[in-house]
Ligand binder design. Structure first.
Ligand code: DGL
Length: 263
């Protein structure tokens, strides 16, 4: 059955990082309606166990399904790495996950060396190991797990001293290498791009997954008639809304008002 043009697309992340994916989706699909959920009562996902991640994602899946979504975007690499099969098994919905852009980086690199930064959980995941085997077997991949880096975005400290200190620490091995591509394997990190550029102090191509996700969603909805009017977004957080509203408004440069939902 064809989805209805007015049915929303559900997008979720542990927190504000998913807004980097939502931004790309809205740019490419301006007539679509979206439901965005930030699971901030449980952020960071990067330090959760696989069982905890599956449990959270299935609960969020239920909430989004009840909003009558036509497609679900898991705007979180960590959740995708650990819970995508469970979500696909439970919901007969179109589900698009987010994985680190190892394939495009591998196609672009000239030096044969790629850096990737992600959450601790993603850096250790089988999904990332499989992506490297499938697409970058003949490349050198410098894989850095970055505990607490997502928290700097949650706190809105995009270029604070703490953020820069963490970036200095995590990017050092990549900076010292001949890597010419840097994969942002966490959806929070695109908001840190200006700080990353500054800390790197040298040319490197920064690659995230946002645009590819938006294109994939567009392809999946190719036959879906879209409405003529501009789409709307409903925002939800599992934590208190003031912090979300404040930082999300800054990140997206527009006034955002979220509702709290207990999941
Ligand atoms: N934004 C998420 C990701 O892409 C997870 C951040 C976190 O909660 O640790 O992995």
């Amino acid at each position: 059955m064809q989805p209805d043009k007015n049915q929303p697309i559900g997008v979720f992340d542990s927190g504000l990082g998913g807004l980097s994916i939502l931004r790309e989706l809205r740019e490419l699909l301006p007539h679509e309606n979206f439901i965005f959920l930030a699971d901030q009562a449980y952020v960071p996902y990067g330090e959760k166990t696989p069982a905890e991640l599956i449990d959270r994602c299935l609960k969020i899946g239920e909430f989004l399904k009840n909003q009558d979504i036509k497609l679900m975007v898991v705007a979180c690499n960590t959740a995708t790495c650990y819970a995508l099969p469970a979500l696909r098994q439970k919901y007969a919905l179109l589900i698009v996950g987010t994985v680190p852009a190892i394939k495009p980086a591998s196609e672009k690199t000239k030096t044969g060396v790629i850096g990737i930064i992600s959450t601790e959980a993603t850096s250790k995941s089988k999904t990332l190991a499989d992506l490297i085997t499938a697409h970058a077997r003949d490349k050198q991949v410098i894989n850095i797990g970055c505990p607490n880096l997502e928290d700097t975005v949650e706190a809105g400290g995009l270029d604070s001293t703490d953020t820069n200190a963490l970036l200095e620490k995590y990017l050092e091995p990549i900076k010292q290498s001949s890597a010419d591509c840097l994969v942002l394997g966490c959806t929070h990190y695109p908001f840190l791009k200006p700080a990353i550029v500054q800390v790197m102090e040298r040319e490197i191509e920064i690659i995230d997954s946002g645009e590819a996700i938006a294109k994939r969603v567009k392809t999946l909805l190719a036959n879906n008639e879209t409405s003529a009017s501009e789409g709307a977004v409903k925002y939800f957080t599992t934590s208190e809304p003031d912090q979300f509203n404040n930082i999300a408004s800054k990140l997206l440069k527009e006034k955002i008002k979220a509702k709290t939902v207990q999941i």
